[in-house]
Design a protein. Structure first.
Length: 387
């Protein structure tokens, strides 16, 4: 089945995407940008809410392979006049869903080496709930430095200077969680290697401020229609020989997750009951069972009070009124098309335009990463020198 990279290789594939609101042409994307319908995200990011706002959603991670970095390049290289750009760091996903969620990976002559910023056994937790200590961060910095000196032995002064910058990002701030450590490290790499800087916010901050609640409640109120439209859109992509990268939704589907306060496991909440007795429920491997009243119309009050809920991959739906457009990568662009149909047919919203890199670098097993390029003093092949 065709991937996003395959679609971008042909004029027919590019046209197919554009007809569905996904643009590889930055000019075509920019022409469709209007100020956000709601100002709260722009205000939170500290930018003018009367101007267009484009966001990138990215799991808080310690490093990036070249296909992921390509979307940051696309955001950086917007056509004039550029829109404001903001980064939404997703710190409410299971850490193990991202290759670099809790570690950096350093290539070697015989095998790669993982340098862990947090204990590996905690990977099934959300990064906002994984504590890190200074001793572990210092150990990670030491391991990275040792590798870098061996990888570029003739340029030790330059390597030392770059290592000092990275060490400062992890050791000079008040970092207590894996999400904070990942954000600090990756923001430094994006700035130093790619010339990309933008205001940013954690997804958990948006949730805590209530920015996404009304949208999620409306979505749940129409959940049967959401499931039908989503699955129909998915089927059409498969018929068109396109791999959407997501599975059909079940009849018990809710867009909600909950992190168990006892063992940290991120749980999928399911629907039970209907009408005023509608509830969101889950059973944890620690043998505890959770049940939260939603009611009719659905309200998240009980779940909100826990401070431990999060949203599934439907996140772009709930950002729709808060931004003007968004930049997607290899997987999010395709399931973004599916959610666009939900926005139009169920929620009666105009979906935001989606920008994708005009060309995606090939998958390379995670060897060609932002960190490796930075420490070996090589410009990434998808990059240009900062202005």
């Amino acid at each position: 089945m065709r991937t996003l990279a395959a679609l971008l290789e042909s004029s027919g594939g590019v046209a197919y995407l554009a007809e569905r609101g996904v643009f590889a042409d930055a000019h075509a994307f920019a022409e469709r940008l209007t100020p956000p319908a709601r100002p709260e995200l722009a205000t939170l990011l500290g930018v003018d809410p009367s101007a267009p706002l484009v966001y990138l959603g990215q799991q808080a991670c310690a490093d990036m392979a070249s296909p992921t970095v390509a979307k940051f390049e696309a955001a950086r290289d917007q056509v004039d006049p550029p829109a404001h750009v903001g980064v939404l760091w997703h710190d409410m996903d299971s850490t193990q869903s991202e290759r670099f969620g809790a570690r950096v990976v350093l290539p070697g002559a015989r095998r790669t080496r993982g340098v862990w910023l947090a204990p590996r056994e905690l990977e099934d937790r959300e990064s906002r709930f994984i504590e890190v200590d200074r001793a572990r961060l210092e150990s990670a910095v030491h391991a990275i430095a040792e590798w870098a000196r061996g990888a570029r032995p003739r340029d030790r002064p330059a390597v030392r200077a770059r290592l000092e910058i990275l060490a400062g990002s992890l050791l000079e701030g008040d970092i207590t969680t894996l999400a904070q450590a990942n954000r600090a490290l990756l923001s430094t790499l994006l700035r130093e290697q790619l010339g990309f800087e933008a205001p940013a916010v954690f997804a958990s901050e948006m949730v805590a401020r209530g920015l996404l609640v009304a949208s999620v409640e409306e979505y749940i109120a129409r959940i049967d229609e959401v499931v039908t439209v989503f699955n129909d859109a998915l089927d059409r992509l498969v018929v068109d020989d396109i791999d959407p990268g997501v599975r059909p939704l079940g009849r018990d589907y809710l867009p909600l997750r909950y992190s168990c306060p006892h063992d940290g496991t991120r749980l999928r909440l399911e629907r039970e009951g209907s009408g005023s007795s509608l509830r969101a429920t889950a059973a944890c491997r620690c043998r505890r069972r959770y049940s939260f009243v939603l009611g009719d119309p659905p309200r998240l009050h009980e779940l909100e009070a826990t401070g431990r809920w999060s949203i599934d991959v439907s996140m772009p739906v709930h950002h729709n009124d808060l931004a003007s457009g968004w930049v997607a990568g290899r997987s999010t662009a395709l399931y973004g098309m599916v959610f666009n149909e939900v926005l139009e047919k169920v929620l009666e919203r105009r979906p935001l335009p989606i920008l994708v890199p005009a060309r995606l670098p090939p998958e390379d097993g995670g060897q060609d990463t932002l960190l490796v390029r930075y420490l070996t003093m090589e410009r990434a092949r998808y990059d240009r020198a900062p202005a």
